[in-house]
Design a binder for this molecule. Structure first.
Ligand code: CA
Length: 729
């Protein structure tokens, strides 16, 4: 198809009125498939993706990001015969969060470390693979594992954001690099884990790093050559000049601009690290904006009294912008003056429904703060919000103002005192995609409850180079007492919530053993598919939550499934592999006592009558806990605890309890020797595996104090494992 022909087709579709019309028009050419050789993905195809049930051509399947497929040959009656068609092992052992794309019988995915792989979607034969060779030490810039959530397709290319901030275009047939653009400053802790979207030949990508002092933005690049077309900052810079756009001048009025301008290590945050959606009729791109940097508003935007002040636009907001120009249109801020890492980067989903007797074009989101929001997507006006999980930071949302009614005790940037807050920094829902069934008018939410103690850190100073820069002490730990640790774990909940967005209440809920379960897929077969932290991949009845089918996945599944057809046969595919923020921070001991959840990174593909088998799961090594004796002084151990909390906990778990994904430091061989320990932490000898040098951020003495602290923790837990109680220092 020539450029002129697709442009004309796109113009026809864009002027056709409603999304439904677009689908009908596109539906007629469904059998043409998603871009045979030489044709490629067009704007018309992306706009009409709903009518193309054979393929899955953009991240949320359609621009509305509903993750609903009309396919129905796998349904309530046939799902019992669903079996493994093929599987493919990944060559990484970290979190797997990607949504595969499927076009013309070929499946494309990203895996950890921003690698890309292409398969025959029916047989699993590998077609090509691409490794952008992200430097290992980039891992220390990432808050939440070295994950990647997927690709975008346009023309004959695929687009990928890499952990180190490159936007790369690949030839879809061969995996050859067409162009590369560095999208972020490399001297700050920016990372990309999200999937790009393409609108009318513009590749849109944001980034992460709001735990590390960056200033958030989203930008558009030409699909042809990677040239930057526009850049949209989500927070002001500090010294807004007269030529700053009006929306940033307006934002500047809601910040302490002196603080923001004075310290380059306080970037403000507001990163656009995951969700986007697009309404072709309104020509609006919706972006989800993240938390403040640092989290503690008393340090980010203090008033004269030193307490946090100001709404700090556009943190924790949904912002509508013009995809052609990057022009601001409207915003809705879910958590004004956020201080708890309450991002609004969670899945943004568009749908049309009748509310109070009137047809409404709505935007829906279940952000971290625990409220499910229904917003008018033309105007950004608040329609309704209700809690989809337990929460204590607010008692509701004022329908007149759309602002939360806060609980002053949890306003830790005002009180300066520690508080237990629900949801915690992981949210009531994180990045895991939801799904929507228009048949049931239900939104399926992979929700969970995990409260967090927010303890404001006294005399906190940002570190521009390294470490978790949030303004709260993360040195708190659970005592070496199995009973208390089990009790704490018992407060964790994970559930699949089927949410009625009109009534604003759950119609049904499935309880899972714990948090961090997989993203969702809803289908025309009346099914909802979800992987779990308990190493299952399940199908539920979309109308009542009854479990109809289950597969033992051998690993925690966090990624969302997709479905497609090849030669008319329906497949369901999901990338399995435990990882991400919660997996790195959870107490590995407790997980292991229930059932070992570990990382086996593997693509699983199912069809009716599939008979493939997985290889036997690898045996779990039982490593003894055998640390050197704890001889350091209480002062040294206390210093090590503080430094561990700031520089180590985010990857190696708070309290050094050891997750099942990254090395358990209590069992590290280097614990035996100050010299070996220093060679890793200061010398950076393991940087290629992801453990960067902390030289410049930690002194030799502090590095040794961290070793002393981990030795102490290991001895505590060794005594615990022997069934003894030990007195705490
Ligand atoms: Ca965050």
């Amino acid at each position: 198809m020539t450029f002129k022909r697709w442009a004309a087709g796109a113009a026809l579709l864009l002027s056709a009125g409603t999304l439904a019309n677009c689908s009908q028009i596109f539906g007629e050419s469904e059998s043409a498939g998603a871009g045979g050789s030489g044709e490629g993905i067009t704007t018309a195809m992306l706009v009409g993706a709903d009518g193309d049930s054979a393929n899955w051509i953009s991240h949320g399947r359609t621009y509305s990001e509903q993750r609903f497929s009309p396919l129905d040959s796998i349904n309530r009656d046939t799902v019992g015969q669903l079996g493994l068609a093929w599987s493919a092992d990944m060559d990484t052992g970290r979190g797997q969060e990607a949504t595969p794309l499927v076009m013309d019988g070929k499946l494309y995915l990203t895996t950890a470390w921003s690698k890309v792989k292409a398969f025959d979607a029916a047989t699993g034969a590998k077609l090509w693979e691409y490794d952008p060779k992200v430097p290992g030490e980039t891992a220390v810039k990432a808050c939440c594992d070295v994950v990647n959530r997927g690709l975008a397709a346009y023309g004959d290319k695929l687009f990928l954001g890499t952990l180190d901030g490159r936007l790369i275009a690949l030839d879809r047939d061969t995996g050859a690099v067409a162009w590369t653009t560095q999208t972020v400053p490399t001297d700050k802790s920016y990372t990309i884990t999200g999937a790009p979207r393409v609108i009318d030949g513009k590749v849109i990508i944001g980034n992460g790093g709001a735990e590390f002092g960056v200033r958030g933005f989203v930008a558009a690049y030409s699909a042809d050559d990677g040239k930057q077309l526009w850049k949209f900052y989500t927070v002001p810079e500090g010294d807004e000049g007269d030529d700053a756009p009006a929306y940033l001048k307006k934002a500047a009025e809601t910040w302490n601009m002196d603080v923001l301008a004075a310290n380059d290590a306080i970037g403000g945050g507001g990163t656009v690290w995951d969700s986007m959606a697009y309404d072709p009729d309104l020509d609006l791109l919706y972006i989800g904006v993240g938390n403040g940097s640092p989290w503690n508003r008393a340090y980010r935007s203090p008033g004269k009294d030193g307490k946090g002040q100001g709404d700090n636009l556009y943190l924790s907001s949904i912002v509508a912008i013009r995809p052609k120009t990057g022009e601001y249109v409207w915003h809705y801020q879910t958590t004004p003056g956020e201080t708890w890492d309450f991002t609004a980067t969670q899945h943004i989903m568009l749908a049309d429904m009748t509310i109070d007797g009137k047809p409404r074009k709505v935007l829906m989101q279940a952000p971290k703060n625990g409220f499910f929001y229904v917003i008018d997507r033309e105007t950004g006006k608040f329609i309704s919000a209700k809690p989809y999980v337990g929460l204590n930071w607010a008692t509701g949302v004022d329908p007149k103002t759309g602002r939360p009614i806060e609980n002053p005790e949890t306003r830790v940037d005002q009180t300066g005192k520690p508080a237990m807050v629900l949801p915690g920094a992981l949210g009531g829902h994180n990045w895991h995609p939801m799904a929507y069934s228009p048949k049931e008018n239900l939104v399926y939410i992979p929700a969970f409850e995990a409260g967090m103690m927010y303890a404001p850190e006294a005399n906190w100073k940002p570190d521009r180079a390294r470490g978790f820069n949030v303004g709260f002490s993360l040195a708190g730990e659970l005592p070496a007492d199995g009973g208390i640790r089990k009790q704490a774990a018992g407060t964790l909940r994970g559930m699949l919530v089927a949410w009625d967005p009109v009534a604003q209440k759950a119609r049904w809920t499935v309880e899972h053993p714990g948090p961090w379960n997989g993203g969702l897929l809803a289908t025309g077969g009346g099914l909802v598919f979800q992987g779990t932290a308990g190493s299952e991949f399940n199908a539920y009845d979309a109308s009542n939550g009854k479990k109809l089918w289950s597969f033992a996945a051998q690993t925690g599944v966090v990624a969302p499934p997709v479905t497609y057809t090849v030669d008319g046969e329906q497949y369901v595919a999901v990338l399995a592999g435990w990882g991400g923020a919660y997996a790195l921070s959870v107490d590995g001991d407790l997980i292991n006592r229930k059932a070992p959840v570990r990382n086996v990174s593997r693509l699983l593909v199912f069809k009716i009558g599939g008979t493939a088998k997985l290889p036997a799961p690898p045996a779990l090594a039982e490593l003894p806990l055998d640390p050197p004796p704890s001889k350091a002084s209480a002062e040294v151990i206390a210093l090590g605890q503080v430094k561990y909390g700031r520089y180590c906990a985010v990857c190696h778990a708070p309290g050094a309890v050891g997750s099942t994904v990254l090395p358990d430091l209590r069992r590290a061989g280097a614990l035996e020797s100050a010299q070996a320990w220093n060679a890793v932490v200061e010398g950076g000898i393991l940087k290629d595996s992801g453990m960067a040098s902390f030289k410049g951020s930690l002194s030799k003495d502090e590095i040794e104090a961290i070793r002393a602290y981990v030795i102490k923790r290991a001895n505590d837990d060794k005594a615990l494992e022997a069934g003894k109680r030990v007195a705490r220092r």
